[in-house]
Design a protein around this ligand. Structure first.
Ligand SMILES: [Zn+2]
Ligand SMILES: [Zn+2]
Length: 415
């Protein structure tokens, strides 16, 4: 299969529906580096940036080479009560799983190990699979969902926060794996920026121009192909069902959102971390942790933790709640503001995992049995689950429904 070069124009102008608001428009022939936005809701329709697959392969192989070193060797080490303690990413996950809860540990493991590893392997599969004529569709579908779960950059900031928290008790040194970890994070970020899944779909599975009336065209949300469903109602390109609107989208989103709201209560009331020092137990909730960071003079770090752990989850819940209610009551006031806010909180939503990464690192660093120990509180599990549920709620919400509710008020699309 031939891979086109970066700068050539796409084959021809085509009809395209917007994946956020379902607006139908003609997408002109673009250069590969050009971006395109929806004329109605301004969401990005064409990402533009593209790095050829062979170049991504080189990056993916480098990531895989760095991985064993970055994960198993010490990232930071401290001198605590006369002993040197090393913390590696694997060690943190192991401590969290053996002393805390295996479920919370597996959330951390998936975002820091599972997702980046799958990303690198998928790119290798796409390259070699296309040469061997293998089926690339499942991998392309999976890659589109995987992007949000790769959180190496957040773990890096988590390391910074953990260092500042540990500084009260011990001297900190950087470990040998830190450089490897930072390089791996940069390469993974580079891959995510340059990975254009829609263009890969067009390259590997080009489609004929659909015939018939443009208004009857339907968008496949899985591969972003605009065309007619086959006889079984599935997308002709990726074979995922392409209904006009997702089935049970509102029910699923409500279920995830209500569960997240319920879980946020114990997440904020119960202690998230417990420190044993000199035979005394010191419990911290999310909020008291932020306050103690701020009072010890680390205001910028306290602000980061506050935004990631308190502000973002609550804003996300409120925005989702008003969007769902606006669909039910067909309200249209401040629609654009709410959609912009939703895009913003979706974009920063993954940063909410920061606190869990800090806890995982602290557990492997501050662990001197009776004298000084750090462990996770019951809130950590509730908090992690709430964050994951809000990410799922956004994923399950078919945003086209918001515009449908809006359009029933304004019969013409003159927004
Ligand atoms: Zn749109
Ligand atoms: Zn499709």
């Amino acid at each position: 299969m031939k891979i086109r070069t970066m700068s050539g124009p796409l084959p021809h102008p085509r009809y395209q529906r917007c994946s956020e608001c379902d607006y139908l428009f003609t997408l002109p022939a673009l250069r590969r580096t050009q971006t395109a936005h929806c004329p109605r809701c301004n969401s990005k329709v064409e990402k533009g940036k593209v790095c050829s697959l062979p170049r991504l392969i080189v990056i993916a192989i480098s990531i895989l080479v760095l991985m064993p070193f970055a994960y198993t060797e010490p990232l930071i080490s401290i001198r605590l009560l006369g002993t040197r303690i090393n913390a590696s990413l694997f060690e943190g996950i192991w401590q969290m799983s053996s002393q805390g809860s295996p479920l919370t540990a597996s959330m951390v493991a998936f975002c820091t190990v599972g997702a980046p590893l799958t990303l690198a392997c998928s790119i290798l599969y796409l390259h070699f699979g296309s040469k061997l004529g293998m089926n690339l569709k499942p991998v392309l579908l999976m890659l589109d969902r995987l992007k949000d779960w790769v959180m190496l950059d957040i773990y890096l900031i988590g390391m910074g926060v953990a260092c500042i928290k540990v500084k009260e008790y011990a001297d900190i040194d950087t470990g040998p794996a830190l450089v490897a970890y930072i390089m791996m994070t940069l390469l993974v970020t580079l891959t995510l920026i340059n990975l254009n899944i829609e263009q890969l779909w067009d390259e590997f599975y080009p489609q004929r121009r659909p015939k018939g009336v443009p208004e009857s065209l339907v968008l496949c949300l899985a591969c972003k192909f605009t065309g007619h469903p086959d006889a079984r109602g599935r997308c002709p390109r990726c074979h995922v069902p392409m209904p006009l609107r997702y089935k049970h989208s509102l029910q699923k989103t409500w279920a995830a959102l209500i569960s997240a709201m319920v879980l946020l209560i114990p997440a904020n009331v119960l202690p998230i971390s417990i420190i044993y020092a000199n035979g005394q137990q010191l419990k911290d909730t999310i909020f008291s942790g932020v306050v103690s960071l701020a009072t010890s003079g680390n205001v910028p770090i306290a602000a980061i933790v506050f935004i990631a752990s308190v502000l973002v989850p609550f804003t996300k819940v409120i925005v989702l709640l008003t969007l769902l209610l606006s669909i039910h009551f067909k309200a249209h006031q401040g629609l654009k503001t709410r959609i912009r806010l939703l895009r913003l909180v979706t974009w920063i939503g993954r940063w909410s995992m920061l606190d869990l990464f800090v806890i995982s690192l602290m557990m492997s660093l501050v662990n001197r049995d009776q004298l000084l120990a750090f462990t996770m509180g019951p809130a950590a599990f509730y908090f992690g689950s709430a964050v994951i549920l809000t990410i799922l709620a956004v994923e399950w919400l078919d945003s086209r429904l918001i515009w449908d509710a809006h359009a029933t008020r304004h019969t013409e699309y003159t927004d």
